[in-house]
Design a protein around this ligand. Structure first.
Ligand SMILES: [Mn+2]
Length: 326
């Protein structure tokens, strides 16, 4: 499965490594692990993303090696002779890094676990059975015979732990636990990593949670939970964009809830985050409006007013439930 990727790595000395907008734990962990492995092989790796690394993951990258895209980086991107695109089903999901990559024009390799990935790159390793892209990177690192350093192990543990909801989601396979066990043997401390990611909230974030939960409503006999976040709430609570990440799962403990819809004003657009607990898959609905994701977690970035977007998507979700996901 890795022969083509190994050849791709052999053929180039300098790689761009990138991932999707609003990078999550899998995206950041996969990038850092791959970049560190490439450097172990004597290659150069430049990691560039559209959005900054979330504060909760900064500890993984103490040297700040991950760059946030600006046009000033175009020259450095142009000097990369190969590019790795990770955890991404299409180039549109790269934000402004996509056009920069297309201008520079190096051959690309994509490693991903999104079912919707059509194989847009020159070399594609797409395995929807993998719970995380990090799981695939772990496989690759071992296939390349690169020693799994502590820096690589921590990054990969975060990738797999976050994409499986800390080993709770249905994608948590025996392979996930075997990989986690290997990484713990290599020195990863799960308790320390959990605390670093999930127990470092500021009071401002909890104030934001209070506001956001104040908007929570049910639809379709309580099977849909929807709620929203406005720019005003951020201003009033002193919370940051960062604090607004990972609020989508707040209604998950409600037994009746099958679908969760979270609407968030961001940079003049509305970000819609969707979760299916045990309801129909949400990736097709996301795809209908130019978004993407998985059956159980998907997202859309939509133009328009918050109220209009909410009406449209809540109606779509009701129809989705009525159709039983067909
Ligand atoms: Mn992922």
């Amino acid at each position: 499965m890795w022969d083509e990727v190994r050849t791709f790595i052999d053929e180039h000395d300098s790689f761009l490594v990138t991932t999707h907008i609003f990078p999550d734990g899998d995206a950041i962990g996969s990038e850092l692990a791959l970049a560190r492995a490439l450097r172990k092989l004597g290659k150069r790796a430049l990691v560039v993303n559209e959005h900054p690394t979330p504060r909760t993951y900064e500890f993984l990258d103490p040297d700040g090696s991950i760059k946030t895209y600006t046009e000033d980086l175009d020259d450095r991107i142009a000097r990369c002779t190969g590019a790795f695109v990770l955890d991404v089903g299409s180039l549109e999901r790269l934000g402004n890094v996509g056009p920069a990559l297309e201008r520079a024009g190096p051959p690309t390799a994509c490693i991903d676990h999104h079912k919707t990935n059509g194989g847009f790159a020159d070399v594609n390793v797409i395995d929807p059975r993998a719970a995380s892209t990090g799981e695939l990177i772990y496989d690759l690192v071992r296939a390349l015979d690169v020693p799994v350093t502590r820096g690589i192990a921590d990054a990969l543990f975060i990738a797999t732990a976050t994409d499986t909801g800390w080993f709770r989601f249905p994608n948590t396979s025996p392979r996930v636990h075997r990989m986690a066990a290997d990484l713990i043997e290599l020195g990863v401390e799960p308790a320390r990593i959990y605390a670093a990611i999930h127990e470092t909230d500021r009071w401002e974030r909890m104030e934001l949670v209070k506001r956001v939960l104040g908007t929570l409503e049910g639809a379709a006999d309580g099977r849909i939970a929807y709620f929203y976040l406005t720019n005003a709430m951020l201003e009033e609570t002193g919370a940051t964009e960062e604090d607004a990440e990972e609020l989508t799962d707040l209604p998950r403990p409600i037994e009746a809830v099958q679908l969760i819809l979270f609407f968030r004003e961001t940079r003049g657009k509305i970000k819609v985050s969707m979760r299916s607990k045990d309801g129909p898959p949400v990736d097709t609905l996301a795809g209908k409006y130019g978004g993407g994701g998985h059956a159980r977690a998907a997202g859309i970035l939509m133009e328009g007013e918050l109220a209009d977007v909410m009406n449209t998507i809540v109606d779509e979700a009701k129809a989705l439930l009525d159709s039983g996901g067909r």
